[in-house]
Ligand binder design. Structure first.
Ligand code: HEM
Ligand code: HEM
Length: 196
């Protein structure tokens, strides 16, 4: 299997990026729901779970940038045969998955009130402490961190985290099953074991 895509097949890099990001998204949900459901505020477990959520989220952001670069510099494999509606749904669904993959790490980082201790290795300052925040948000927009953070957090938690991401991934997952078990085409094979 080549590293690059062809117009018929995903290459190794696109597949690895797809599955690494899917796995990391699962990790970001597990860490944040563990924090919310099983830990008390101001305990070490709460802090560790939060830091894992932030670290995994930032890692997702970095992989997504790589993935977008790869997608733009590689051919996109043609979809398996289907109706115009199916192809429209697939293109729209994939596009929206990219939108949430960008917005979730971005809103997470912009709205967080703590520094990220990246996997407890080194520290990444929160956006509110950067000179970009002081210049753009405080001076140009005239907002305090609280005023800035509220709508950003709403998008991160209520809109994206709690339902839009779930809904898109669920639709995407069901579409993959539909292709594999009902249409019996190569869609799922192409993203997994195909072309080896
Ligand atoms: C794809 C990446 C990400 C996903 C899918 C994601 C998802 C979520 C979800 C589901 C929640 C809980 C929402 C609720 O309250 O019900 C949450 C909370 C939060 N996220 Fe993210 N997130 C991501 C990346 C990030 C990043 C990069 C940061 C910051 C660097 C971040 C910071 C936070 C913070 C501070 C909270 C509040 C946690 C609390 O309840 O104390 N997230 N996120
Ligand atoms: C739940 C398990 C998942 C399964 C079974 C799955 C399956 C697939 C399959 C079979 C394709 C190939 C479609 C084609 O032939 O064009 C694909 C593509 C894609 N998947 Fe997933 N996927 C999963 C999770 C995710 C997650 C969590 C995301 C991101 C949030 C995602 C984002 C994408 C995107 C954007 C594409 C378009 C191709 C690309 O640009 O990489 N998938 N997926």
């Amino acid at each position: 299997m080549g590293a690059r895509n062809t117009i018929y097949e995903y290459g190794a890099v696109a597949k690895w990026l797809h599955w690494i990001i899917a796995f990391l998204i699962l990790g970001s949900y597990v860490s944040v729901y563990y924090l919310q459901w099983f830990t008390e505020e101001d305990t070490p477990a709460n802090w560790i779970a939060l830091q894992l959520h932030l670290s995994i989220g930032i890692t997702i952001g970095a992989f997504v940038l790589l993935r977008i670069f790869w997608r733009l510099t590689n051919p996109t494999p043609k979809l398996e045969p289907g109706s115009r509606l199916e192809h429209f749904a697939a293109h729209t669904g994939h596009f929206l998955l990219y939108v949430v993959m960008i917005l979730a790490p971005l809103t997470g980082y912009l709205g967080t009130g703590v520094n990220t201790e990246y996997f407890f290795l080194f520290e990444i300052p929160q956006f509110a402490d950067t000179s970009l925040f002081a210049h753009l948000v405080q001076n140009k927009m005239g907002l305090t961190f609280k005023q800035f953070e509220e709508p950003i957090d709403f998008i991160h938690k209520e809109v994206l985290g709690e339902w839009l991401i779930w809904l898109l991934i669920l639709g995407h997952f069901l579409a993959a099953l539909y292709h594999h078990f009902i249409k019996k085409d190569r869609t799922l094979i192409r993203m997994t074991t195909g072309n080896q």
